[in-house]
Ligand binder design. Structure first.
Ligand code: AP5
Ligand code: MG
Length: 244
């Protein structure tokens, strides 16, 4: 029960935050954080594509758990060893592993202005943990139907130099083979972007992640965006929410 944690004088007022209208204690190390934003949506919804614009507008660094896990797999760390099989099968990496990763990330100095979470949280357990460690003021849900997602993901490639996200049809490079942003000609395709794995990722999304939308809606934080529009139009819809 939350009330048992609120002993007189402890935690101090600066170590409390509001979740769903209740005062909750938060970890002292992160209580000085400004509020964070969550980018929510199925695989291929356009979270990574839109993240760059939101970072530019808000100054909140992007934290993509998918990118962190892929870096760990590439580096062959213990985290990467645990995550690899889950990612290859299109399933979720266990909650305790992901929550531990975020607890460490929010301790970094650039987290003070709040963060832009991309692909986290993905379960109610992760959202409950996040509510304890960092205040969230806005959840942007990019909604796209399953039928559009397979085509988006199987056509995706990213710049190995700067991470910019492209698509064979929907966002090709202006000059073929050269990144618009950094000029690199080193491009990558993700190991989990096959049609078969995308279908497993979609199943995991519908079973474990989509219930989070109503969890955040109940807390008055969810803003839904219709993601079935051009990249620029979706960006415009998001910027209107950020302006509110
Ligand atoms: P992660 O890397 O987060 O993948 P994801 O959620 O499946 O999402 P994607 O990165 O595939 O899609 P996106 O929404 O970023 O779309 P993008 O902008 O690239 O996670 C990978 C794996 O790691 C998970 O499966 C899981 O195993 C594990 N994991 C990660 N976080 C976890 C967590 N919190 N808990 C447990 N496990 C976790 O766009 C896709 C393509 O579409 C691009 O080519 C783009 O150019 C194109 N596109 C974008 N917008 C549009 C548009 N409006 N119109 C047309 N094309 C568009
Ligand atoms: Mg992404």
């Amino acid at each position: 029960m939350v009330v048992h944690l609120l002993l007189p004088g402890y935690p101090p007022a600066s170590h409390l935050m509001v979740d769903a209208g209740r005062l909750m204690p938060c970890l002292p190390v992160v209580c000085h954080m400004d509020s964070s934003i969550v980018l929510f949506g199925p695989p291929g919804a356009g979270k990574g594509t839109q993240a760059g614009r939101i970072v530019e507008v808000t100054g909140k660094p992007q934290v993509s758990t998918g990118d962190m896990l892929r870096a760990a797999v590439a580096a062959g760390t213990e985290l990467g060893r645990i995550a690899k099989g889950h990612m290859e099968s299109g399933g979720l990496v266990p909650d305790d592993v992901i929550i531990g990763l975020i607890e460490e990330r929010v301790k970094e100095s650039d987290a003070r202005n709040g963060l832009l979470f991309d692909g986290f949280p993905r379960t109610v357990a992760q959202a409950e943990a996040l509510a304890q460690i960092a205040p969230v003021s806005l959840v942007i849900a990019i909604e796209v139907e399953d039928e559009s997602i397979v085509g988006r993901i199987t056509g995706r490639f990213t710049c190995g130099g700067c991470g910019s996200v492209y698509h064979d049809l929907f966002r090709p490079c202006k000059i073929e083979g050269i990144c618009d942003e950094c000029g690199s000609s080193n491009f990558k395709r993700r190991a989990d972007d096959s049609e078969e794995t995308v279908r497993s990722r979609l199943a995991a999304y519908h079973e474990q992640t989509s219930p989070l939308a109503s969890w955040y809606e109940q807390r008055g934080l969810l803003h839904r965006i219709d993601g079935n529009a051009s990249i620029d139009e979706v960006g415009f819809r998001i910027s209107k929410i950020l302006d509110e």
